[in-house]
Design a protein around this ligand. Structure first.
Ligand SMILES: [Zn+2]
Length: 95
């Protein structure tokens, strides 16, 4: 059963993914059932695990997008805040 290229990945940890068991052949390659840190399961082809192509169930990408959005808000928010304060002062203190 265990032919060329078969590497037992059970119990290995790849970034956020913990390999639970093999999930059969997918696209002529051995795929693995992985448990992500967030609690989701994902089937990943062994090569993608080893190459780092797949590092999470997809939550990692979602978090990165959220972080970028947060950064944009942090960068923009103080400027808006200062501008508004200046505007308020100018209007209320006409000296
Ligand atoms: Zn996840």
């Amino acid at each position: 059963m265990r032919g060329n290229g078969f590497k037992d990945e059970r119990g290995n940890q790849y970034s956020r993914l913990y390999v639970v068991c093999d999930a059969g052949i997918k696209c002529r390659q051995v795929s693995w059932l992985c448990l992500c840190n967030c609690g989701n399961y994902k089937t990943v082809i062994g090569n993608n695990l080893r190459s780092g192509g797949t590092r999470s169930c997809g939550c990692l990408q979602k978090e990165q997008i959220t972080k970028e959005m947060r950064c944009n808000i942090l960068v923009c928010a103080p400027q808006i805040d200062l501008g508004e304060r200046k505007g308020v002062k100018a209007r209320h203190l006409p000296l």
